[in-house]
Design a protein around this ligand. Structure first.
Ligand SMILES: [Zn+2]
Length: 286
């Protein structure tokens, strides 16, 4: 599943390609992906893309001189692929060769742009979407997300005060997108390893300095992952076939039954906050 660093990488890459381009027509291959909006093509035709913004893992496309917005979510298997003169770029869910012969059997929508390029949305499992939204719906979507640790305005002390009041495992606190946005399962486990905090520890039981360490670790793992293009993400064409390689930096996620890189104790895997959770029983204290 694409996590925030992959979605941010997709956003930055697409934004560079499509900003200022005008939609010539929209081809819908599966109505579910556009929320069964039969008029989406008519509404978007002739609109020029102003920007692509993001809140959590939700992409928000805005248009020049229009109240329309397009909300796009990759969910489990979504991919955005931009094709210009036969050259493909983009990403999201891990790409295989079948995805890049476009449209593919997993293509759900194609946004044909003036000048001959096309933005394709592929989604094997059909949980993702690209749907029109009003400014009010966009505001509601934004309001559902808490602050992001990588934002310039992220307030560590506000995080610490809020987390200290919560009688739930720190893992669940970090996954709660309305409290702190952008951390998926991989990054929560990695952040807690860095902070030396056991995922099952309750917010109320952790000291303020330890909660500060968690906040800083959360910011660091996300920004480092974005710097290398994400974990599961592959992008190519533009970047000469490089793979997002934060997976090389993972210390606990997926490392169960292998020795901790710091102390040699075997990493364990448990269930916490409904998710597979990995930690070092020695380095991460309750
Ligand atoms: Zn260890």
């Amino acid at each position: 599943m694409p996590e925030l660093p992959e979605v941010e990488t997709v956003r930055l890459q697409l934004r560079q390609k499509v900003r200022g381009k005008t939609i010539a027509c929209v081809e819908v291959f599966h109505p579910k992906t556009v929320a069964h909006d039969r008029a989406i093509g008519r509404k978007l035709k002739g609109l020029t893309i102003a920007d692509i913004d993001r809140v959590g893992k939700l992409l928000i496309v805005s248009f020049q001189d229009s109240a329309h917005h397009l909300l796009a979510h990759l969910k489990m298997t979504g991919q955005f692929l931009y094709v210009d003169k036969g050259k493909v770029s983009g990403g999201g869910h891990t790409l295989s060769p079948i995805d890049t012969t476009l449209p593919s059997k997993h293509t759900r929508v194609a946004f044909h742009l003036e000048g001959g390029s096309t933005l394709y949305f592929n989604d094997m499992r059909l949980f993702g979407y690209t749907k029109l939204a009003s400014p009010r719906e966009v505001e509601e979507a934004r309001a559902a997300f808490g602050p992001e640790p990588i934002s310039d305005t992220f307030d560590v002390e506000a995080f610490v005060r809020g987390a200290k009041k919560r009688r739930t495992p720190i893992k669940a606190i970090l996954l709660d997108q309305s409290f702190i946005a952008g951390l998926g399962n991989i990054y929560v486990d990695e952040a807690l390893f860095r902070a030396g905090v056991r995922p099952t520890s309750l917010g109320t039981s952790l000291s303020l300095p330890r909660l500060r360490l968690v906040a800083v670790a959360a910011r660091d793992v996300l920004s480092e992952s974005i710097a290398v293009g994400g974990t599961t993400f592959q992008h190519f064409a533009d970047t000469g076939g490089e793979k997002g390689n934060f997976s090389d930096y993972l210390r606990v996620f997926g490392k169960q039954n292998t020795p901790c890189a710091v102390c040699g104790t075997n990493i364990v895997k448990i269930r916490c906050a409904g998710r597979g959770t990995h930690y070092c029983p020695k380095c991460q204290k309750p």
